[in-house]
Write a protein that binds this ligand. Structure first.
Ligand code: ADP
Ligand code: MG
Length: 643
C-alpha cells in the first residue's frame, strides 16, 4: 500500500430501490439480492433509519455510518469503482475564450491561460507544447494564437519553419525574416536611465558573455564579475559623466587592496635587504645623535629631509620601529600615486553614445585597469577577438548597433523567422535573446495581454548561461499579464537539458501534448519530467485514437493540462482556417497561386479557394491543392446542383 501510494478508506455501498406506491418491493429487492450474490456480494437489507442511510451514502460521507451497518475498510480504488466519472465538457465561464471541440465534435470554449476564468486553475499562463514532427503543434498554435489575437492579445513569435506566415499575412501582422542582407538589428545597449536596473545589467552581461564564450561556455566568477563591473561603469560614465572621479569610498577600497598587494612584497629578498640596510643606517645616526648633543655638527652628515624623521623621532623610536614607520609612509605615497594615476586614466575615458561599439571601446580600455586595480587576470585577447565580429567593420557590425525599429512596438502581431541562422552558434542564440528582450520591453510598456511563443528556437537559449535570464523572464511574465510559450518536438531536448526542466517546465502551468505515440517506448522519462499520473498517461494515449471521426472534418487532438486539470480536446477548424495554418508546401502554393492570379486580398483568395474546394467534390485538402497546382490557375468552379 505504501509503495504504490494507495489509500485505505472506509466504504459503505448503499443501494436505493424505489417503486411506485402500491408496488411490491419484494420482487426487485429479491432480484438485486440474487444478482449481487452471483458476483459474490452479499447485500443486507435494512429499512429503518432511512434518512441516516441516505445522507451517509453521499460520496465521502461513509465515515458517519454506524459501524454496525456494514462499514468496511478497503482501498480507495475499490471504493470508487462505482463512481460515475464521465461528464460532458462544458464551455468555461471566462473572459478569454479559446474554442476547441469535445471528443464528440461539440464546440467548447476554455480559458487557455487557466487563470482568467471564474475557476482559477493556474498561477501563471506560460505554456509548454510537446509533440513529434507533423503531429500538429504549429497548426494548434496557429489556432490558439489567432483566437488570442482576436481577443486583444499582442503576439510575438519566434519561428524557424515558416509556420506562421499564413496567419501573419491574414491578420496583417509584421513578418520579419532574418537574412544577411537584412539582418535583425537591435541596439540593446541603448536604454534610458530609468531602465537601468539589476536585470538589465544581468541581461547585457549574459549577452556579452554569450558572444565571448558561446552558449555553453564556461564563465569564471571573476570574468562574470568584471563584465558586470564594466557594464555598470559604462553606464555610469555615460549617464553621470561628471562623476568620473573616484568616490572616497572607492578610494578607500582601492587603497585597502593595494596595501594588501604591497604587504606581500615584504617577503621579497630585495626588500628584506633594503630594510636591513635602513635599520643599520638608523642605528648609526641614532648612536651619533645620542653622543653628540650639538645640532650644528650634524648638518653635513645628516639632514631631516634625507632621513624623513625629526631628531626627536630618531631619539624616541628604535631603528626597527623607524623602519616600519618609514615603510608605511612609503606605501601610502605609492598608493595615493597609483590611485591618482588610475583616476586620470579613467577620466580620459568617455562614452559619447550608447551602442555595442562604444561599449566595446570602453571595455577594451577599461578592463586592463580594472584588472590592475583589483590585481586579477583577465583573458582580454580572447574577449577582444570574439567581440570584434560585432564591432565596427566586423561581420555582424550592424546586429547590435542599429536601433530596433521602434514602430514595431505598436504592431500587435509580429513573427520573427530566423531559420536562416539556425545553425549559427552565436547568432542564433543572440538574436533569440534580443527578441526576448524586445518582448520584455513590450511586456512592461503595453497594458494588454501579451504572448511570446518560441518554436524550436528555444533550444538556442536553453543553455546554462541563459538560465538566469529565462527564469527572470518567466517570473516577470506573470506580473505583466504575459504568457511565454515554448514549442518543441524533441523529447531528448527536455530530458537532457536541466535548464528546460527546471526553468521552463517548472514555470509553465499549462502543458499541451500532441499525439505522443512516437515517444511511447521511452515515455517514462516524459512522464516523470512532466509529473504525469498513470491515469493521465492513459488519457494521453487515447489522443487521435478514438472512433470519433465520423461526420467531422479532419482534426487532430491535443491534451491540455492547466494546473492539475487535464483533458483531451479536438483542434477542428474550418477550411478557411486550415488553409491559413497549413504547413504543407503544395497547399500553401495553391493558395498563393489564387492570390497572385486574382490580385486580391488574402481574405478574398481564401474565400474563392474554399468555394472551389467544396465545389470540386474533392474531400482531401492535399488532393485539391494538387489539382490547383496542376492546372496552374484559379478554377472558378460553377456551383453544381448537388452542392
Ligand atoms: N488540427 C488539425 N486539423 C487539420 N489538419 C491538421 C491539424 N493539425 C495538423 N494538421 C495537418 O498536419 C500538418 C502538419 O502539422 P504541423 O502543425 O505543421 O505539425 P508540427 O508543427 O507538429 O510539425 C498540417 O500542415 C496540417 O495539414
Ligand atoms: Mg511545426
Amino acid at each position: 500500500i505504501a509503495r504504490e501510494n494507495k489509500m485505505l478508506v472506509y466504504a459503505h455501498f448503499n443501494l436505493m430501490v424505489c417503486c411506485p406506491a402500491g408496488t411490491d418491493m419484494q420482487k426487485p429487492t429479491n432480484h438485486l439480492e440474487n444478482t449481487f450474490s452471483r458476483l459474490g456480494i452479499h447485500i443486507s437489507r435494512r429499512a429503518f433509519n432511512q434518512l441516516e442511510l441516505f445522507v451517509n451514502s453521499f460520496p465521502g460521507n461513509a465515515y458517519q455510518m454506524n459501524p454496525d451497518y456494514d462499514r468496511f475498510l478497503t482501498l480507495s480504488d475499490a471504493a470508487m469503482c462505482m463512481m460515475y466519472k464521465e461528464r460532458m465538457k462544458r464551455s468555461e465561464d471566462t473572459p478569454i475564450k479559446v474554442y476547441y471541440t469535445d471528443r464528440q465534435g461539440v464546440p467548447v470554449a476554455i480559458d487557455i491561460t487557466g487563470k482568467e476564468g471564474r475557476i482559477k486553475l493556474t498561477d501563471n499562463s506560460n505554456f509548454f507544447c510537446l509533440g513529434p514532427s507533423g503531429s500538429g503543434k504549429s497548426f494548434h498554435m496557429n489556432s490558439v494564437v489567432r483566437q488570442l489575437w482576436e481577443q486583444e492579445t499582442d503576439i510575438v513569435m519566434v519561428d524557424t519553419g515558416n509556420s506562421y506566415e499564413g496567419l501573419c499575412e491574414y491578420v496583417g501582422g509584421k513578418y520579419i525574416s532574418y537574412s544577411t542582407e537584412r539582418p535583425i538589428t537591435m541596439n540593446p545597449f541603448r536604454i534610458n536611465p530609468e531602465e537601468l536596473n539589476v536585470e538589465k545589467i544581468g541581461f547585457l552581461k549574459n549577452l556579452v558573455l554569450l558572444i565571448w564564450k558561446g552558449p555553453n561556455g564556461d564563465v569564471s566568477k571573476e570574468e562574470d564579475k568584471i563584465v558586470n563591473m564594466v557594464i555598470e561603469e559604462y553606464y555610469e560614465v555615460y549617464f553621470h559623466p561628471e562623476n568620473k572621479r573616484f568616490s572616497e569610498e572607492q578610494r578607500e577600497d582601492m587603497a585597502r587592496s593595494l596595501r594588501i598587494d604591497l604587504r606581500s612584497m615584504e617577503d621579497n629578498p630585495d626588500e628584506i635587504r633594503r630594510k636591513q640596510e635602513r635599520i643599520r643606517k638608523f642605528s648609526q645616526v641614532k648612536k651619533r645623535l645620542e653622543n653628540i648633543q650639538d645640532r650644528s655638527v650634524l648638518t653635513d652628515s645628516w639632514s631631516e629631509d634625507e632621513m624623513g624623521f625629526s631628531r626627536d623621532d630618531l631619539l624616541n623610536y628604535t631603528p626597527e620601529e623607524l623602519c616600519e614607520m618609514e615603510f608605511s609612509q612609503l606605501q601610502d605615497g605609492t598608493i595615493e600615486d597609483t590611485i591618482n594615476k588610475m583616476e586620470s586614466r579613467r577620466m580620459k575615458l568617455s562614452v559619447e553614445e550608447l551602442s555595442f561599439n562604444s561599449f566595446y571601446e570602453y571595455a577594451i580600455q577599461r578592463i586592463p585597469d580594472i584588472c590592475k586595480e583589483n590585481n586579477i587576470h583577465f583573458a582580454l585577447s580572447s574577449f577582444r577577438f570574439m567581440m570584434k565580429d560585432f564591432y565596427k567593420g566586423g561581420t555582424f557590425e550592424k546586429t547590435l548597433n542599429e536601433d530596433f525599429d521602434g514602430t514595431l512596438f505598436d504592431e500587435t502581431f509580429i513573427v520573427f523567422e530566423i531559420d536562416s541562422i539556425k545553425d549559427h552558434k552565436i547568432l542564433f542564440p543572440l538574436v533569440t535573446l534580443i527578441i526576448m528582450d524586445v518582448f520584455q520591453q513590450k511586456m512592461r510598456l503595453k497594458k494588454k495581454r501579451k504572448a511570446l511563443i518560441i518554436e524550436e528556437a528555444w533550444k538556442a537559449i536553453a543553455s546554462p548561461l541563459m538560465a538566469e535570464y529565462i527564469l527572470y523572464l518567466y517570473k516577470t511574465a506573470r506580473k505583466f499579464w504575459a504568457s511565454i510559450g515554448v514549442v518543441t518536438q524533441e523529447i531528448q531536448d527536455i530530458v537532457d537539458s536541466p535548464i528546460v526542466k527546471q526553468t521552463i517546465i517548472n514555470n509553465s502551468d499549462v502543458i499541451m501534448l500532441l499525439d505522443q505515440s512516437k515517444f511511447k517506448e521511452r515515455y517514462g522519462d516524459i512522464k516523470a519530467i512532466l509529473g504525469l499520473t498513470d491515469v493521465e498517461v492513459k488519457k494521453i494515449f487515447t489522443i487521435n485514437r478514438l472512433d470519433n471521426k465520423e461526420g467531422r472534418s479532419f482534426f487532430r487532438e491535443v491534451y491540455i493540462r492547466r494546473g492539475a486539470n487535464g483533458d483531451v480536446f479536438g483542434v477542428e477548424e474550418p477550411r478557411e482556417c486550415y488553409m491559413t495554418y497549413t504547413t504543407e508546401r503544395a497547399e500553401k502554393e495553391a493558395l498563393k497561386l489564387y492570390k497572385a492570379q486574382m490580385g486580391c486580398s488574402i481574405q478574398q483568395a481564401l474565400e474563392q479557394y474554399c468555394r472551389d474546394w467544396s465545389r470540386s467534390g474533392i474531400d482531401k485538402s492535399l488532393a485539391f491543392a494538387q489539382r490547383v497546382n496542376q492546372e496552374g490557375r484559379v478554377l472558378y468552379l460553377p456551383a453544381s446542383n448537388k452542392s
